[in-house]
Design a protein around this ligand. Structure first.
Ligand code: AMP
Ligand code: ZN
Length: 140
């Protein structure tokens, strides 16, 4: 376990958290600085920095439990919906380098996020980019 990882220290019981679910592989707890009430984090107990480093079986285990955790959180705070958010890399907003998913309860007009700045591709670029990605996936 990386010595300086705060989430590994939570898993090890060295730092307390407000746990909402755990099994032998995953842990879910309330975010200490919530974007909205009920904001929680779901993560593997084992340390991985980014989602693409997490073995598929463990990602599946996270997915298996994410829905019921989200449903319970939304129900507990009587929200209307939720975002599931996963930051990968500092550039994306990742502050804690231990893979985790945010579940953020949402209500109409809560102002938490608005639409992101959606752009456009120059003519012909989209098809070329899709092909490049497709080939990289095939060769990985
Ligand atoms: P991210 O920016 O995606 O890396 O999110 C990290 C999240 O971890 C932030 O929303 C923090 O509020 C949350 N966080 C940091 N330390 C703790 C802690 N000790 N207990 C609960 N949540 C934490
Ligand atoms: Zn860690």
């Amino acid at each position: 376990m990386p010595e300086d990882c705060i989430f590994c220290r939570i898993v090890a019981g060295e730092i307390s958290c407000s746990k909402v679910y755990q099994n032998d592989q995953i842990l879910a707890f309330l975010d200490i600085n919530p974007v909205s009430q009920g904001h929680c984090l779901v993560m593997p107990k084992q340390h991985f920095n980014r989602f693409d480093q997490c073995p598929a079986e463990l990602a599946a285990e996270l997915a298996r439990h994410m829905g019921k955790i989200a449903r319970a959180v939304v129900s507990a705070v009587e929200a209307e919906g939720y975002n599931i958010l996963n930051n990968n890399g500092r550039c994306s907003g990742q502050l804690v380098e231990h893979l985790h998913f945010h579940i953020i309860p949402r209500r109409t007009g809560d102002g938490v996020f608005d639409r992101w700045p959606a752009g456009e591709y120059p003519a012909g670029f989209m098809e070329k980019l899709a092909l490049k990605i497709k080939n990289l996936i095939k060769s990985s």
